[in-house]
Design a protein around this ligand. Sequence first.
Ligand code: GLY
Length: 379
Amino acid sequence: MPRTNQHVLVIGAGIIGLSIGWELARAGCRVDLFDRDEAGQAASHVAAGMLAPDAELEFEETTLHDLNTESRRRWPDFAADLEADTGVDVGLRTEGTFIVADDRDAAEALRRRYQFQREQDLEVEWVSGEEARAKEPFLAPRLSAAVRSPHDHQVNNRAVVKALRQGVAQHGGRLHEHTPIEAVAPDADRPAVVTATGPRVTGDVVIVAAGAWSNSIDGLDGVLPIRPVKGEAVALDVGPSFDLRHVVRGPDAYVVPKNDGRVVVGATAEEKGFDDTVTARGLYENLEGGWEVVPGILDLPVACTCASFRPASRDNAPVLGPVAPGVVAATGHYRHGVLLTPVTAQEIARYVLTGTRSDWIAPFRPDRFDTTSLHRSRN
Ligand code: GLY
């Protein structure tokens, strides 16, 4: 029997924490979510919402690709459930992605990536620049080549956050914003969290979904080797004459049309710790990289610029599962937080409710990192 009468404490109310909270609250658990700031306003807000395991396949990351693909498969039902529960349109779009090359060097790199994608049996298609432009007229003229990735989708991540917030509340979950958690006290029966202002809250299980901040919680030192990777993006307002349909990934930037009148151009990737300054360089690199592949973006008004932190683990894969007595990790999603939301929420909820860990998350267990050598070097 699933243990649906538990009191669950979730640290972090980004898209991952909110989605776990929503799953568990609607299963009947008592859920308290704590966010250091405002819910969903960090990486979940800055993200472009691509659900693109095929386009984002990296060499040597085939196990992660399997998880990414499974989560993409779950997205349509997850979106439909969330929309039915809350009435919020989450803007799932299925036009697909063009990965484009704008010169010969880029075309060679694209060819190599395409061959690797085909070796993994992905249904991607090599097309000429002209063929790509016939399907997506907003692409730059004179592109060298493109790969069409028809099964990659996208979603309006900001609308997902809004829906999840509402869903959590509808099922009795409580959100505590501007409530940083300083420490966790692991305990198999009654784990607790300690808020920065002092109060200690005890529950049946603690979930760490604090994204880039997961490594700054006392009581878990060294167990979650997560670091921030800064990303800057710029959102532009789309007028009636700009009707880009596909997600476009160029060599230096991606351009993602959303269902709410924005197009997101991003993103930089910098190892700078927790520095969230929006810089002229970041703006320049995104706009130049976007302009090279979708020139029409330069005529659009700037809606906003933003920066946040991708939570990256040592192997760039998420950290999912028990991490200390009574404490479960759901963090380290790096470039794939929005994509991995359904599989993370459903599999972590299943673990909390039944104590069984599915084969999907087993390869991403927290103890795959050898922390003993780290502890040794400290002593
Ligand atoms: N997945 C998009 C990014 O990390 O920029």
